[in-house]
Design a protein. Structure first.
Ligand SMILES: NC(=O)c1ccc[n+]([C@@H]2O[C@H](COP(=O)([O-])OP(=O)(O)OC[C@H]3O[C@@H](n4cnc5c(N)ncnc54)[C@H](OP(=O)(O)O)[C@@H]3O)[C@@H](O)[C@H]2O)c1
Length: 263
C-alpha cells in the first residue's frame, strides 16, 4: 500500500507530460528522448534527418511509449513555425510541457582569425538563435498555461574557453546567459529554465577527436572521472531538471562534465 502510494507521488514521474527534444535523431538528444519516454512523457523528436528520427520513434513505441517525429531545419523560420504549430496541436492539443533545446553543431575547428563571417553566423544560427526562437514561441504558450520547463543543452564550453572553438564557445556562453535571464524573467510565472552542460561525450560530434588517440587520452586525463560520458549520462540529469523533483531550480546550469569544471 505504502509502496504504491510512494510510486504515485513519484516526483520524477513525467506521465501526462509532453516533451519536445531538438536534435533527437542521435547522440545526447536521442538518449534524452528515450529517457524522457522511460520516465513516462510523450515525446516529439525533431531534427533534419527523417531516418534517424523514425528509428528513435520506433525504439520508443516498441518499448510501449509514445513518440512522434517532426523533421525540420531549425535555422529556417518557416520550418520552425511549422514545428511549433504541429507540436502544439498534438495529443489533444495539450501543449508542450518540456522543451529540450539540444540541437547544435560544432563543425569549425580553427583560429578566430581564419573564421569567415558566414561560418560564425551559421554556428550562432543553429546553436543560439535556434534555441531562442523556439523558446520564445513555445515559452509564450507555457506562460499562458502557467507551467512549463525549458532545458538548454549548453557545454563546459559555456564556462571554459576551448581553443579553436571560439564560435562554439561563444554560442554556449550566450545560451548560458539566456538560461539565467529567462530563468529569472519567467520564475514567477510557472516556467522554469535551466541548462545542462555536458563534458566530452561519446557521440558523432566528438567521433573525430575520439579517433585521435593522443587528443582523446589528453581529454580523458584532464577529466577527473577519467573518461568520456555516455549519452545516457547526460540524458538522466535532463530528466531530473524536467521533473517536479527540480521544482525549486531555475536559471541555473547543471554541469555534467565528469568533474572538468571543478578542477
Ligand atoms: N558530444 C559532446 O562531447 C558534447 C559536449 C558538450 C555539449 N554538447 C552538446 O550536446 C548537444 C548534443 O550534441 P551531440 O554530441 O549529441 O551532437 P550530435 O550527435 O552531432 O547531434 C546533434 C543533433 O542536432 C541536430 N541538428 C543539427 N543541426 C540542426 C538543425 N539546423 N536543425 C535541426 N536539428 C539539427 C542533428 O540532426 P541533423 O543533422 O539530422 O539535423 C542531431 O540530431 C549539443 O547541444 C552539443 O553542443 C555535446
Amino acid at each position: 500500500m505504502l509502496e504504491s502510494a510512494l510510486q504515485l507521488q513519484h516526483p520524477f514521474n513525467l506521465q501526462d507530460r509532453t516533451a519536445l527534444v531538438t536534435g533527437a535523431g542521435r547522440g545526447i538528444g536521442r538518449a534524452t528522448a528515450l529517457a524522457l519516454a522511460q520516465a513516462g512523457a510523450r515525446v516529439i523528436v525533431v531534427s533534419r534527418t527523417r531516418s534517424q528520427l523514425d528509428e528513435v520513434v520506433d525504439a520508443i513505441t516498441t518499448a510501449g511509449g509514445q513518440a512522434i517525429a517532426i523533421d525540420a531545419d531549425l535555422t529556417i523560420a518557416d520550418s520552425m513555425e511549422a514545428v511549433v504549430s504541429q507540436a502544439e496541436g498534438l495529443w489533444s492539443a495539450a501543449g508542450i510541457d518540456i522543451l529540450v533545446n539540444n540541437a547544435a553543431i560544432s563543425p569549425y575547428v580553427k583560429g578566430a582569425e581564419d573564421m569567415t563571417t558566414q561560418e560564425w553566423r551559421h554556428l550562432l544560427d543553429v546553436n543560439l538563435d535556434g534555441p531562442f526562437e523556439l523558446t520564445r514561441r513555445l515559452g509564450k504558450a507555457m506562460l499562458n498555461r502557467g507551467k512549463g520547463v525549458v532545458i538548454n543543452v549548453t557545454s563546459l564550453a559555456g564556462a571554459r574557453a576551448i581553443p579553436k572553438l571560439s564560435a562554439y564557445t561563444s554560442s554556449k556562453s550566450a545560451l548560458t546567459g539566456l538560461t539565467r535571464a529567462l530563468g529569472v524573467e519567467w520564475a514567477e510565472r510557472g516556467v522554469r529554465v535551466n541548462a545542462v552542460a555536458p563534458g566530452y561525450t561519446a557521440t558523432e560530434m566528438t567521433a573525430e577527436l575520439h579517433k585521435r588517440e593522443q587528443l582523446r587520452t589528453a581529454i580523458e586525463e584532464r577529466t577527473p572521472i577519467g573518461r568520456f560520458a555516455a549519452p545516457e549520462e547526460i540524458a538522466w540529469p535532463i530528466v531530473f531538471l524536467a521533473s517536479d523533483a527540480a521544482s525549486y531550480i531555475t536559471g541555473t546550469t547543471l554541469f555534467v562534465d565528469g568533474g572538468w569544471t571543478a578542477l
